[in-house]
Ligand binder design. Structure first.
Ligand SMILES: C[S@@+](CC[C@H](N)C(=O)[O-])C[C@H]1O[C@@H](n2cnc3c(N)ncnc32)[C@H](O)[C@@H]1O
Length: 239
């Protein structure tokens, strides 16, 4: 009996090797194998999140209470949409908690975003462009932003230095936007790829946010250079 149970456990723990790998590139074979063996991929499907990234934001939000009912949240690099799904719930943009203030969520991506209930989605848009930021400004009206999220990542070129430069450029674009549009005490969460420029970026964020820390959520793959910088307690800027 015990032996049979052990066999079953071993079977369940065995690495799943997809059977339709023929003709695919090595990187695509590795990606497929990793997806099939990733518990967060399965969990995301079960919980109706659009991708596994959901668990990175959930972990950070649970620990730091980042998004509260009534918050205005901007989600940069929102496709396919799991962070915006979470932001809608946590900010009560869906009005699911009638006694609590209703939030607002705007998600932006270079890619098309399949509509997300109760969120405003701006697909096929480049966050770094001034026209797009002006559009967000007009959608906000009198509202100021309580939380800026960025899970944006540029397409990797394979040239490390160039990839690092590209993500840092995105981060500074997010920081500049957050400084101009956030309400005092707001938060900022942005993805970075660990590289020599990150400490300087962190120092710059520290000039405007009271608490700044670097986070590697459990759902972030250990072999990836991905980290998140969280800034809380925006002190405002002199205009
Ligand atoms: C890791 S995915 C985001 C996943 C998302 N947080 C979710 O939970 O569904 C990164 C996204 O950043 C987007 N992105 C990269 N550069 C961008 C830019 N300049 N403007 C808008 N989106 C951008 C990519 O198109 C990609 O969809």
């Amino acid at each position: 009996m015990l032996v049979r149970r052990l066999h079953t456990v071993n079977y369940l723990l065995a690495k799943v090797i997809p059977n339709d790998l023929k003709g695919r590139k090595k990187s695509s074979q590795e990606w497929l194998t990793r997806q099939l063996n990733d518990p967060y991929v399965e969990k995301a499907k079960m919980m109706n999140y659009r991708c596994r990234s959901a668990f990175k934001l959930l972990e950070i939000d649970q620990k730091y209470n980042l998004i509260k009912p009534g918050f205005t949240v901007i989600d940069c690099g929102a496709a396919p949409g799991s962070w915006s799904q979470i932001a809608v719930k946590q900010s009560n943009a869906d009005g699911a908690s009638p006694g609590k203030p209703k939030g607002m969520v705007i998600g932006i991506d270079l890619l098309q975003i399949y509509p997300i209930e109760y969120a405003i989605t701006l697909g096929n848009m480049d966050f770094t462009k001034q026209e797009l930021q002006d559009k967000i400004h007009s959608l906000l009206g009198e509202r100021r932003i309580d939380c800026v999220l960025s899970d944006m990542a540029p397409n990797a070129t394979g040239v490390r230095a160039l990839d690092h430069e590209n993500i840092i450029t995105l981060c500074y674009s997010v920081l500049r936007f957050a400084l101009l549009m956030s309400t005092p005490n707001a938060s900022l969460l942005m993805k970075v790829w660990d590289n020599g420029e990150v400490p300087v970026l962190e120092k710059n964020i520290q000039r405007y946010y009271q608490h700044v820390r670097r986070i590697k959520p459990r759902a972030s793959r250990s072999d990836s250079a991905e980290n998140f910088i969280l800034g809380r307690g925006f002190v405002g800027i002199k205009r």
